[in-house]
Design a protein around this ligand. Structure first.
Ligand code: NI
Length: 183
């Protein structure tokens, strides 16, 4: 699957759920491999990918598209200021994270479900991510740095958590427009 293919088959852009919608605070339902391979779920993940791109996100979770299913999509083209290396477009069902080592890193995060805001969040520097891939087969990969942060943020979503819950107080919470003026 690629961003272009998703557009070609004419899948729709989803409305992103905002904080206050109960689906964002619920634990998402895990999927069986045969469900992952079903036409409906395959279509959903294509729609999640085009929605993420439309809203200029780096990741998007199933509940952010109004579906209480344990799946997230992430991806970022190469060459952006956020992370020049980019992130390969990846779909993971039933994600489970294992921190690798004790090292943590604090950085800015934002969320499509809390538009225009940014806050500092401390995350594990490296994690192992396990789940099911787009083909319904076991998926396991190690992430470090910014991609590890995205993986932790999206997995949190599927457990009913948002980055604001992970902030060490709200003193760094800021509107992007105000931050931009001071950059
Ligand atoms: Ni988010």
């Amino acid at each position: 699957m690629s961003r272009d293919n998703a557009a070609v088959v004419g899948v729709g852009i989803r409305k992103v759920t905002l904080l206050g919608h109960p689906v964002l605070r619920a634990t998402a339902r895990r999927l069986k491999p045969e469900e992952v391979r079903s036409a409906d779920v395959q279509r959903l993940v294509r729609e999640m990918a085009v929605t993420m791109e439309e809203y200029d996100g780096v990741g998007i979770a199933g509940n952010q598209c109004g579906e209480g299913l344990a799946v997230f999509v992430m991806g970022l083209p190469k060459g952006t200021k956020r992370h020049p290396d980019g992130i390969e477009l990846t779909v993971v069902f039933n994600p489970v994270i294992k921190p690798l080592g004790d090292e943590t890193q604090e950085d800015w995060e934002g969320c499509l479900s809390a538009p225009d805001l940014r806050g500092r969040v401390r995350r594990h520097l490296a994690v192992e991510l396990c789940g099911l891939g787009l083909d319904g087969k076991a998926f396991k990969r190690v992430y470090e740095g910014f991609p590890a942060r995205v993986v932790q943020h999206e997995t949190d979503h599927l457990n009913g958590l948002v980055y604001l819950d992970r902030m060490d107080g709200l003193k760094t919470l800021a509107y992007m427009s105000e931050m931009g003026r001071r950059a």
